[in-house]
Design a protein. Structure first.
Length: 301
């Protein structure tokens, strides 16, 4: 950092939020600033001002920003076309965004696509690249839990295939917009109920729809608590996902990218199947991926 200006900026720009880190040349984060001005709230011509507003005096002089996430979507600052798998997660070259501020250079990383079955990702590819940068030569399957959980096969430094599961969004919809909302309220939890439900759904995923309404009936007839019902709902959905994703994780080396409650639930569900899990902090691998992209830009300059 020179005269208050970082060597470069690492930018994670999603649909709802913007995060900007001030970075040193060797990839260390010196500070973080955040904003609620995510892609979903901005027109293309508003992105530059939103970045400057969030970064503040970090853009007081010439600086390069490397950005990942929905900022590169069709509705974002500028579209960064998908890279078709199999391919290295960062691709060959990011897309340069149009800027008016003297000295500000913004490079947006592309997402990845799969033709059959059709699938896409934006942002996760940067985390995968960061994971690989921190663990050179790693081969296996990565699980990235979220509202849309990704299962990703990685070999020889490339994403070979991936699949998205809307498990988190299904949980939000069922718990907030169906009759189950009367039974799963609050934030209580029961580990035993979760583990049992994971196994029930994994063993018989075709019965998932039939196992949902009993979460309501058990409360009405037998006094089942909201904590148990909530844990069972989560367990049923994650168990059904594990059943569907079995070709990805069975007998594979599994890396879990994430932290906090949700990642902990996936880890518990996988370990209950005898699957050893290697975990990585999502922010750490995001920054490592952005740093790898920045290093590539410098080499090509």
């Amino acid at each position: 950092m020179t005269d208050g200006v970082p060597d470069w900026l690492a930018v994670d720009w999603g649909t709802s939020n913007l995060r900007v880190w001030a970075m040193t040349g060797d990839g260390r984060a010196l500070g973080l600033r955040t904003s609620d001005r995510g892609m979903g709230r901005l027109a293309p011509e508003q992105f530059e001002e939103a970045l400057k507003e969030c970064a503040g005096d970090w853009i007081a002089g010439p600086v390069t920003a490397i950005a990942c996430g929905m900022v590169g979507a069709r509705q974002g600052w500028i579209e960064a076309p998908y890279i078709a798998v199999p391919a290295a997660p960062l691709g060959d070259r990011p897309v340069r965004a149009p800027t008016r501020t003297p000295g500000l250079s913004v490079h947006i990383l592309p997402g990845m696509s799969q033709d059959r079955p059709a699938d896409v990702m934006r942002g996760e590819e940067t985390q995968i690249a960061g994971f690989l940068a921190r663990s050179p030569g790693w081969d296996g399957v990565m699980c990235l839990p979220g509202s849309h959980t990704k299962w990703v096969q990685v070999s020889a430094g490339e994403v070979v295939s991936f699949q998205t599961y809307m498990t988190g969004e299904l949980f939000a919809a069922l718990s907030g917009h169906t009759v189950l909302r009367h039974s799963v309220g609050g934030d209580g939890w029961d580990d035993a109920a979760f583990a049992e439900a994971v196994e029930d759904a994994r063993a018989a995923p075709e019965r998932l729809a039939a196992r949902l309404f009993p979460l309501r009936a058990e409360g009405l007839l037998h006094g089942q608590t909201a904590a148990v019902a909530r844990a069972r709902l989560s367990g049923l959905l994650i168990g059904a996902e594990l059943a569907a994703a079995r070709p990805y994780w069975l007998g594979q080396r599994v890396g879990l990218i994430g932290e906090g409650t949700l990642a902990g639930r996936y880890r518990a569900a996988l370990e209950a199947q005898g699957v050893p899990v290697e975990t990585a902090d999502a922010d750490a691998v995001t920054l490592a991926g952005l740093a790898a992209a920045w290093a590539g830009i410098r080499e090509r300059a």
